[in-house]
Design a protein. Sequence first.
Length: 154
Amino acid sequence: MWRILDRLNDLFLVPDEGHITLAVARHAAERWPSPEVAEYAAQRSRLLHKLVDDLDIAVASWGETDGAYPREVVQVILDISQIAIPSLASVVAAWITVRPRKPREDAGQQHETDSVPGWVIIRPDGARLELTYRSELSKKEQLRLIALFLKDGD
């Protein structure tokens, strides 16, 4: 897991004005190759698509979100307005778990977790906000940080 979260530091797509970059990590599997890795990447893709659909956010670039290879971290560029900031902040803050969880199987049916181990938001001025499960912040603290970070960029 540490390696995947460290990969968040390697990525730095600086968005144009009026956009933000959201880099999102996936959970790590115990071994590679593993069907878990593909499922974790697919789960992250579903979360990102649900985010933009639910909040009606325009996407300038999906990056490798829906790529055939399950990347450790993907970056999307979102067109974000002031109106969407509180909603975006609350959804993204809710994604991080206190500790990583694996999908579980009940009666042969797979259930996904609505979580990621960490993400980075990058503003057009190049400023970065990185939060991971290692940050050990409450959802309320995360929400406040995200909202302040996104508002400061305007």
